[in-house]
Ligand binder design. Structure first.
Ligand SMILES: N[C@@H](CCC(=O)N[C@@H](CS)C(=O)NCC(=O)O)C(=O)O
Length: 367
């Protein structure tokens, strides 16, 4: 489906709804003072994480393919793997992570207060979140877009060609503190349709309402809708295979990726270049299985993995920091396939492909 997203994003790029901060999206207030993180400023978080020996990573915990908690308490997902890659780069151990599950409304305050070191919770990069709040966005690990899901058994005639006209008068449910609630409100207003927007704390509650029939429609990032629909089909929820996800052209751009506290440039670099290392590893053919045998390659692969000319020690990391990340989770393509492949979030032909395959996944050079 993301093939369709990619094509339609191109059309929508200029008209996509802006994710303005006009609602309960932002749980921390704007400030011009340095954030009270207890971390100091420059370099604070890297030293803190190294001294502690674990990384505190803020995730959702109920976002299929991004961050989920299994009954045994183990975490998985593309966001979870990004946490592990950072921990492996900084601490040499991809398991040295304390996950904190956060609602959308809680997440920025948790980062600002120092409760977490990095926020990797399917979080959309927007202007207000970046510039009004005490956040810095490092890189985009998944290009998403908001869609809507309905049940044709309740809303007769609903098809994937559907649009705002089909939700006139509907009870629309989503989770609070998101771009989602802003986009749907603004989109409905602009389309001249009236909706009854019901926001809940966690998106799974919106899904419960949808299944119970108290919500006519649910809306969130397309990946979330596909993920929840797949999970419900697998769980045998009656009628789930008929649920319709529309419009084919997402109603917004939702670039998702890791967020750090602002003005901590050293830590920002560590998180950002860990993501770039996963991107570059895929480009250079370095995988979880072959990383050890590639260590002695010269050139860019050598520099990436800690060989001659390596640049990681100058960042305050070990020379083999990124080799450790790749050993822990694999390259970006492997991370994508492991977590999003099972949800049928097809990568080919989408923005989540590598740049040399027509996508937007692009790492600057390791030089
Ligand atoms: N990307 C949007 C939406 C994020 C969001 O909350 N997405 C849902 C989609 S699955 C989610 O994470 N739900 C899990 C939860 O509420 O814990 C944002 O940054 O505001």
């Amino acid at each position: 489906m993301l093939k369709r997203l990619a094509v339609l994003f191109a059309v929508l790029a200029l008209v996509a709804a802006a994710c303005g901060g006009d609602s309960g999206d932002d749980t921390t207030t704007s400030t011009t003072a340095a954030p009270d993180t207890g971390q100091g400023t420059e370099g604070g978080t890297l030293a803190t994480v190294q001294a502690r020996g674990t990384l505190k990573c803020g995730v959702s915990g109920s976002a299929p393919g991004f961050s989920e908690v299994a009954p045994d308490g183990s975490f998985s997902g593309i966001d979870v793997d990004t946490c592990r890659a950072v921990a492996a780069a900084v601490l040499g151990d991809g398991n040295a992570v304390e996950f904190r599950t956060l609602t959308a409304a809680e997440r920025f305050a948790a980062l600002d207060s120092g409760e977490i070191d990095v926020l990797i919770r399917n979080t959309t990069w927007t202007q207000t979140r970046d510039t009004d709040l005490t956040n810095d966005f490092t890189a985009t690990t998944f290009y998403d877009g908001q869609q809507i899901m309905g049940n044709p058994a309740t809303l007769a005639g609903l098809t994937v060609e559907g649009g705002f006209a089909d939700i006139d008068g509907a009870v629309v449910c989503t989770n609070a503190g998101t771009t989602t609630e802003q986009n749907i409100k603004e989109g409905a207003e602009q389309a001249g349709v009236t909706i009854q927007l019901k926001t809940v704390e966690n998106f799974p509650e919106a899904m419960d309402g949808f299944i119970a029939g108290t919500c006519d429609i649910v809306t969130t990032d397309g990946s979330g809708l596909y993920g929840h629909r797949s999970a419900n089909i697998a769980a045998g929820t009656p009628g789930a295979e008929d649920w319709v996800i529309f419009p084919e052209a997402p109603i917004s751009k939702e670039p998702l990726g890791p967020v750090v506290r602002e003005n901590d440039s050293e830590w920002f670099d560590v998180v950002q270049w860990t993501v770039f290392a996963l991107f570059s590893a895929e480009e250079l053919g370095v995988t979880q299985a072959n990383v050890d045998s590639m260590m002695d390659s010269g050139g860019e692969i050598g520099r990436l993995l800690g060989g001659e000319g390596e640049i990681q020690t100058a960042m305050g990391l070990s020379a083999d920091a990124f080799a450790n990340s790749i050993k822990a989770v694999g390259n970006y393509g492997e991370v994508y396939e492991r977590n999003l492949g099972p949800l049928n979030l097809e990568r080919a032909g989408t923005y989540n492909e590598q740049w040399y395959n027509g996508g937007l996944i692009y790492s600057p050079p390791f030089r």
